[in-house]
Design a protein around this ligand. Structure first.
Ligand SMILES: Nc1ncnc2c1ncn2[C@@H]1O[C@H](COP(=O)(O)OP(=O)(O)O)[C@@H](O)[C@H]1O
Ligand SMILES: [Mg+2]
Length: 230
């Protein structure tokens, strides 16, 4: 596996946390790793916030990407909205070819390229193209991050159906616990979703404000992801 695409059931579900920690895990194993955010909206400063968070999780500083930031994040926009709207507000078109090229260039330079999606699978880049179409074109296997809350069953099953419709390779589903949710829902979501889809349930990440503890809990999940042969 050369890379993977991390999608989620929604925005704010833990994609950035998981992308960063997976990158850290692979670095610790001795691989060369880079993360990508194809389209970053809500980028107020010069540096894409999700890439900054990945680097922090990887225990690397910004100089790690200084030569390749234009490839790591080909599009950044100020307004926090869907890429199609955020780009339109700046009168800028998103060129899918440029995104695919950035991925391929990094894939030649690094052992692993971890791509974090924007929002969920069916997010538009313009009036024709969805993010999922680009991930399909890049040939990337997909990791789904599901926020482990009421509503996750529907959101996760829809994401799985959309990926299957495009014959995309689903690595599995990571459940990320929100700050507050009923313990019975937290326990049942992965079971019912596993039963209904037959997809790999890669683990449940607890809610914790302690980054080191979160990483420690992520390691067994990363091990499972890396054992999947592709
Ligand atoms: N398991 C967790 N424990 C504590 N905080 C978390 C956890 N998962 C996500 N967060 C926090 O929730 C917020 C949203 O997560 P993030 O990874 O940025 O989501 P996304 O990339 O899907 O938009 C961030 O502030 C992140 O640090
Ligand atoms: Mg993010």
């Amino acid at each position: 596996m050369k890379g993977l695409f991390i999608t989620g059931t929604d925005t704010g579900v833990g994609k950035t946390v998981i992308a960063g920690y997976l990158a850290r895990y692979l670095l610790n194993k001795g691989h060369t790793v880079i993360t990508q955010k194809w389209v970053q909206s809500g980028c107020k400063g010069n540096f894409p916030p999700d890439i900054a968070a990945h680097l922090k999780a990887m225990v690397r500083n910004k100089s790690y990407v200084k030569d390749c930031l234009h490839l790591v994040c080909p599009y950044k926009f100020r307004f926090p909205a869907s890429p199609h709207l955020a780009s339109r507000m700046e009168n800028k078109r998103i060129n899918p070819r440029k995104i695919i090229r950035s991925f391929r260039t990094l894939a030649r330079r690094f052992d692993f390229v971890i791509v974090e999606g924007s929002g969920g699978v069916m997010v538009p880049l313009d009036r024709r193209i969805l993010l999922i179409d680009l991930a399909q074109e890049a040939g990337l296997p997909v990791l789904i991050v599901a926020q482990n809350k009421l509503g996750a069953i529907n959101h996760t099953l829809l994401a799985v159906e959309a990926l299957r419709l495009r014959k995309m390779d689903i690595l599995g589903i990571v459940f990320n616990n929100p700050q507050r949710e009923d313990a019975r829902i937290i326990k049942d979501n992965p079971l019912i979703i596993g039963a209904l889809t037959g997809e790999n349930i890669l683990g449940i990440l607890p809610w914790t404000e302690l980054p080191e503890k979160l990483y420690e809990r992520f390691v067994p999940i990363a091990e499972k992801i890396c054992k999947i042969q592709r």
